[in-house]
Design a binder for this molecule. Sequence first.
Ligand code: PEP
Ligand code: MN
Length: 337
Amino acid sequence: MILVLRRDITPEQLDHLVERVAELGFQTHISRGEHKTIVGIIGDDNKPQAETLAAIPGVESVLRVTKPYNLASREMHPADTIVEVRHVKVGGGHLAMIAGPCAVESREGLDRIAGFVKRAGANILRGGAFKPRTSPYSFQGLGEAGLQILREVGDEHGMPVVTEIMDPRQLELVLKYSDMAQVGARNMQNFDLLKEIGATKIPVLLKRGMSATVKDLLMSAEYILAGGNPNVILCERGVRSFEDSTRNMLDLSAVPNVKGISHLPIVVDPSHATGRPDLIPSMAMASVAAGADGVHIEVHDCPEKAMSDGPQAVLPDDYIALMKQLRILADVLHRQF
Ligand code: PEP
Ligand code: MN
């Protein structure tokens, strides 16, 4: 439910409204727009009686949100949300250029790659320290030592850092060392993890599960928002399909689709979506053209020695060339990074 407030509502009436809604057993979420202030009623949407709410002084009208994801919906929050990852703004015309290796492997290696991507214009450094691998025998990440390296290298290059979290038990470390927590495709519906992250304010890069619908993705975002953490950035990274010449099938229509129904920023990860360095540049360009709030690309200077996802890594020179193209495109579209 959404309450549209009268323009002449007094601060006392607004306080009363919040109290009254709390008495009815719901939370409120106030959103002040240019022309209207609206109050979202958070809770089971079937319960509050529209007539009861309409009778509260200062309420102009009561609207039922048509989506099950209240807080993530554009109805609740008409303007684009801008998430700040340290000094880097994401959304509302600001592009996140997230780049780095799949995994943190060594200090020297990450430092070299960070230097390349920073010079190319990347504004957020990525690197996994906890890796979700299909095989238990594959490299699982350096853990806390990897997080320390990521933090130090990020600071040296003046870049905020993002790293994957797989389990609530890793939250303390991820909060200590990184500026944004990535919830990977395999954990998009790890609801306990989403709740724990929702209780913090750390920006979250929430990746679409490999068989998740757009609605599922937004419902997962809702878990984080409902916990009180507004800093959610969505990520389209392809879904499983019958096509086997690419790692996944990139659903680019998800970008304008999500933008129509949600205020949250959405970036695209063409690396995991295609798994192919020859396809990543064109899909990155297409993503920005489709309205994405950034791209997330894995870069490695020696893919053959990479400890994970080497075959899909873009080489530094190719990343630099791509970023030149992306800058031209961003200028044309009046977006910036
Ligand atoms: C990753 O970013 O390295 C990763 C494992 O991504 P995804 O969850 O999209 O597979
Ligand atoms: Mn990877």
